[in-house]
Design a protein around this ligand. Structure first.
Ligand code: SF4
Length: 372
C-alpha cells in the first residue's frame, strides 16, 4: 500500500448526477460545561462545512475516527436533525423540510447496532410487514413481498426466517433483516452508519458484499460510513475522509488510497491492515483528535501533523484540487498565489469567537448559524 508520493493517474470515473447531496452542511450543539452556579453552556461544533454527493449505483465511503462528525452528517442527510446552515438537495432540488413520508420512502437508514435496531419482542415478519403497510398498503402481495425481501438479502429459504425472533438470529442475519426492512420501502438512497462495525469479522464481508450487490442490482445510492478505511477501499467508489467535523480529502477510492494527499489520510492508511506489509505500520503522526471544544483556528490536524507549518496554525487550509475529482484541504497543496494571511472563508475574529463562546447559565450566547 502506498501512502503518498507519485503523481496520481488520470481518473476515468464518469460523473453521475447525485440523487442526494449535502452542500456546505454545518451543525453545532449546545452542551453544558461546569457545575453549579458557575455552569455555562458552550457551542460544540460537530460538523463544519461538509459537502457530499451520493449518485445512483455508487457507494460513497465516509471515513473518520469516532467524534469526527460522520454520524451527524448522516442524520442531517436523513433529515433526522436539521442543519444549522447548508442545503440538502434531492435530485438537484431542495429536499423537503422535516422527514415527510415521501422523503423517508426515498432515503432509508441502516443503523450500526443490529441488536438494538430490531425490537426483540417482534418476529422478523413484523419488522418487514410494518414498512410495507406504511408505505405500500394495498399495493403488494405481502407474503410474496416478504419472501422476496428476504431473498434479496440472501436469507434463504425465507420461510426459515420469517417467524424467528431477533435473538434467534446471528448478528449478520440481524443486520440483513435490518437492511431488508430498509429495502421494503423501495428507497433510492441507503445511509448505512457503521453497518458492520458491531459484527464479527467473519461475517462482515458477507454484509459488505450484500451492499455491493444492492449497488449493482438495484442501483442504490449508498453512503457507507465507517472508521475502517480498509473496508471503505473494498466497498466504496469514492471516499470522503472526515476529521474534526470537516472533510479533509475526497477522491475516487483507488486514487485516494493509492495516492493520499492529506497527511491525515496517510496516517489512516498507514494504520490500516495491509497483507502486503511485513513490518509494523509506519505511522506519520500521532496523538488524538482535538476535543470539539478545543478546536482552534487553522488546520484542525495541525497538532498531529508531521508536516505542520506556521501557516497551518494560523489559517484554515483551502480545499485544493490535487487532480481531477481529487481534493484535499491542506496547505501543502495550495498554490503560491493562495492567500495565506488568514482563513479564506472565515475571519480570525470569527474563529476566535468560536473558542470564546462560553456563557453563564441563562445567558444566551449570540450565534450566527454561518459560524457553526
Ligand atoms: Fe498538516 Fe498543514 Fe496540511 Fe494541516 S494544512 S494537514 S497541518 S500540512
Amino acid at each position: 500500500m502506498r501512502t503518498g508520493g507519485a503523481a496520481p493517474p488520470e481518473t476515468t470515473i464518469e460523473p453521475r448526477p447525485p440523487v442526494l447531496a449535502g452542500r456546505d452542511l454545518a451543525k453545532g450543539f449546545w452542551v453544558r460545561r461546569g457545575r453549579g452556579p458557575f455552569a455555562g453552556r458552550v457551542r460544540l461544533v460537530a460538523v463544519d462545512g461538509v459537502s457530499i454527493e451520493l449518485a445512483a449505483g455508487t457507494v460513497t465511503g465516509l471515513v473518520g475516527e469516532s467524534g469526527s462528525g460522520k454520524t451527524t452528517v448522516v442524520r442531517m442527510l436523513a433529515r433526522i436533525i436539521r442543519p444549522d446552515s447548508g442545503q440538502i438537495l434531492l435530485d438537484g432540488g431542495p429536499a423537503p423540510s422535516g422527514r415527510p413520508l415521501g422523503y423517508a420512502r426515498q432515503v432509508q437508514m441502516v443503523f450500526q447496532d443490529p441488536f438494538a435496531s430490531l425490537n426483540p419482542v417482534y418476529r422478523v415478519r413484523h419488522h418487514l410487514v410494518r414498512p410495507l403497510r406504511i408505505h405500500h398498503r394495498g399495493q403488494v402481495d405481502e407474503e410474496a413481498a416478504l419472501a422476496e425481501l428476504l431473498h434479496r438479502v440472501a436469507l434463504d429459504p425465507p420461510a426459515q426466517f420469517l417467524d424467528k425472533f431477533p435473538h434467534e438470529l446471528s448478528g449478520g442475519q440481524r443486520q440483513r433483516v435490518a437492511i431488508a426492512r430498509a429495502l421494503a420501502v423501495r428507497p433510492r438512497v441507503l445511509l448505512a452508519d457503521e453497518p458492520v462495525s458491531m459484527l464479527d469479522v467473519s461475517i462482515r464481508l458477507g454484509v459488505l458484499n450484500l451492499l455491493a450487490d444492492l449497488r449493482e442490482r438495484e442501483r442504490l445510492a449508498i453512503l457507507y460510513v465507517t472508521h475502517d478505511i480498509a473496508s471503505a477501499r473494498y466497498l466504496a467508489d469514492t471516499i470522503a475522509v472526515m476529521y474534526a467535523g470537516q472533510v479533509v480529502e475526497q477522491a475516487p477510492s483507488t486514487i485516494l488510497t493509492d495516492h493520499p494527499a492529506h497527511p491525515y489520510t496517510q496516517l489512516l492508511l498507514s494504520a490500516a491492515p495491509d497483507p502486503d506489509r511485513t513490518g509494523p505500520p509506519q505511522l506519520a503522526g500521532g496523538g488524538a483528535p482535538p476535543e470539539p471544544l478545543e478546536r482552534g483556528r487553522g488546520c484542525p490536524f495541525h497538532r498531529r501533523c508531521p508536516h505542520v507549518m506556521e501557516v497551518c496554525r494560523r489559517a484554515r487550509p483551502p480545499n485544493v484540487a490535487v487532480s481531477p475529482h481529487h481534493t484535499a484541504a491542506c496547505w501543502l497543496h495550495a498554490g503560491p498565489g493562495t492567500d495565506r494571511t488568514g482563513e479564506p472563508d472565515r475571519t480570525p475574529e470569527a474563529r476566535n469567537a468560536d473558542q470564546e463562546t462560553t456563557a453563564t447559565a441563562g445567558h444566551r450566547i449570540h450565534h450566527d448559524p454561518k459560524e457553526v
